[in-house]
Design a protein around this ligand. Structure first.
Ligand code: DX5
Ligand code: ZN
Length: 215
């Protein structure tokens, strides 16, 4: 399996979002990563359902929706109907094991791919029980909330542990501080999907930036 590159539009020019999505598509991006923040789970507010709906109308790209919100079970269905292809939620947003399982089920009932994410300070052991029930595990390599932060190296050490314990078709995605150097580290540890916001959108050559992440 190749490396799935998912540019985060959080660092894109929101006044030209359609063009910003087309540009990364034409530059070799595989997915579009959409960061949804609620001001509670993380100290920032970003994109909501109407924007996902608008994006869906203008692109056929695979929409990778990263929910950094409390009570994900309340919002899975609206994001699915808005056009998400993959819905990733945070294990830390679920009070207990049955909540985690409920959210995975809700996503699957909508015939969408399901992802579960883990914040830097959460022990990797917490998600191991669910990794074979989801399509993707998202390892956060920064504290979720903002683009442009520095990669936390210790977080990447979760990748091989997840890889060793999972089915071979599990997608392991990393998000936060990904650039040409940290991408290499993550890939060598077993990640096969990279989210990158500022590295791509703050560069002056999207194609080159994406190629650097792939190589
Ligand atoms: C952070 C978001 C990321 C963010 C990454 O909470 O989940 O997707 O956009 O930005 P960079 O690549 O700039 O670290
Ligand atoms: Zn993200």
């Amino acid at each position: 399996m190749g490396i799935i590159i998912s540019p985060s539009i959080l660092s894109a020019d929101f006044m030209n979002l359609e063009q910003e999505i087309k540009s990364v598509q034409n530059s070799g991006a595989d997915w579009i990563h959409i960061d949804v923040m609620d001001g509670h789970f993380v100290p920032n507010i970003t994109i909501g359902v109407p924007v996902v709906k608008s994006i869906r109308k203008r692109t056929d790209m695979f929409l990778d929706v990263h929910l950094m919100i409390e009570n994900p079970e309340k919002y899975v269905s609206v994001f699915a109907d808005a056009g998400a292809d993959l819905i990733t939620f945070h294990i830390e947003a679920c009070k207990n094991e049955s909540k985690v399982k409920d959210v995975i089920q809700l996503i699957k009932q909508k015939n969408k791919k399901a992802g579960i994410s883990i914040k830097p300070n959460t022990d990797v052991k917490a998600i191991l029980p669910y990794i074979n029930e989801v399509d993707l595990v998202l390892v956060m390599t920064v504290e979720p909330g903002f683009g442009g932060q520095e990669f936390i190296h210790e977080c990447a050490m979760k990748i091989p542990i997840i890889r060793e314990n999972s089915n071979s078709d599990l997608i392991i995605q990393v998000d936060g501080g990904i650039n040409n150097l940290t991408a290499k580290i993550c890939k060598s540890l077993g990640a096969n999907s990279l989210v990158a916001g500022s590295y791509i959108y703050k560069s002056n050559d999207y194609k080159k930036a994406i190629e650097n992440l792939q190589s």
